[in-house]
Design a protein around this ligand. Structure first.
Ligand SMILES: [Zn+2]
Ligand SMILES: [Zn+2]
Length: 333
């Protein structure tokens, strides 16, 4: 069964991909599907002895360019649609035990270029929204330890980016300005939540952080997506990201679990769905969000009652205090 169903009470789509129950779950290191398998000894994805960055289709995709028809009938109240889109995997290294902190800024620069390239290619295939993300660590449920991320290409804009775009449209209508440009300028002026900075980008704990050690990275100038970031500024971003990853792994002395997402301009469709009568680029300001679940070395923040049922996050470390701690751990140049 592969389909998506609409929740008419919240206006959100839920994807069902029951075949994913059988996907590879914590395989032994000698049968890792992302480790180089040049002689096809264990049906690995990488048929080469060594690669730097590799992108390929997810073998167990939640969304597919050729999805089957839904199993159930669809009507006005209970809408069901094919789960169309595309799911890719992006491997960061041939080394099963590598981390982005250990791989260094040059590899991260390749990764940034791969994210930008796939964003452009998947957009040209007609998908509405491209979200590169990474789940790291068993604490947030990874099924493969090999360093890798994923890229989902959705055929409509998923709920969270759409909410951000609607909010940006309202802000722009009210003030004439980009909310993210204002946030970046205000954080730079204040400084207490900045954890690292480069020429073109700034990394800060958000004023409204949903997780204690959440880090948000955004370009200082209005930039809708990585495609609009010049080569030299992509290297600048890679250097900053590397410093942030080093600092996060140094925070408690072990590779910190996190969820990372990259929010960019939608690629197709009208901005009117977000209440904006101009272009998507007017209200889209690129940002990366890294959300670690840890509130200490041994304690995790759970998405429980108030977050899950109320949609109202509650955090027990002040963003200014978390930022001061992170600033000590993140190399400042
Ligand atoms: Zn591996
Ligand atoms: Zn902006």
């Amino acid at each position: 069964m592969s389909e998506r169903r609409f929740d008419p009470t919240t206006g959100e789509w839920i994807t069902f991909a029951t075949h994913r129950q059988n996907r590879t779950f914590l395989p032994p290191a000698d049968a890792c599907p992302l480790c180089p398998d040049p002689n096809n000894e264990w049906d690995g994805e990488i048929r080469r002895t060594d690669v730097q960055i590799a992108v390929f289709d997810n073998r167990f995709p939640a969304l597919s360019p050729t999805p089957p028809a839904p199993d159930v009938d669809s009507d006005e109240l209970f809408r069901a649609e094919p789960a169309s889109g595309r799911c890719e995997v992006i491997s960061y290294s041939s080394d099963h035990n590598a981390t982005l902190a250990k791989l260094g800024p040059e590899r991260i620069s390749l990764l940034v270029n791969a994210w930008a390239d796939r964003y452009q290619v998947l957009g040209s295939e007609g998908h509405a929204y491209v979200l590169p993300f990474e789940n790291r660590g068993e604490a947030i449920g990874v099924t493969l330890h090999h360093p890798h991320g994923q890229i989902y290409a959705y055929d409509d804009i998923p709920a969270r980016p759409l909410r951000e775009l609607r909010t940006a449209a309202e802000y722009r209508t009210r003030t004439g300005r980009c909310v993210n440009c204002d946030v970046v300028a205000a954080e730079l002026a204040d400084g207490r939540r900045i954890v690292a900075e480069s020429e073109h980008f700034v990394a800060h704990v958000p004023f409204w952080a949903r997780y204690p050690y959440e880090v948000r990275i955004a370009p200082k100038a209005h930039t809708p997506s990585l495609v609009a970031v010049a080569d030299e500024a992509r290297d600048d971003l890679a250097g900053l990201l590397h410093r942030v990853f080093v600092g996060l792994d140094d925070l408690f002395g072990f590779p910190l679990p996190y969820v990372l997402g990259i929010f960019s301009s939608p690629l197709n469709g009208e901005a009117s769905v977000a209440g904006w009568d101009g272009s998507w680029d007017d209200i889209s300001h690129l940002h990366l969000l890294i959300s670690p679940p840890n509130r200490s070395a041994t304690k995790l923040k759970y998405i429980a009652g108030t977050e899950q049922m109320g949609g109202a996050y509650s955090t027990d470390i002040a963003p200014e205090v978390a930022a001061a701690t992170l600033r000590e751990k993140i190399p400042q140049s």
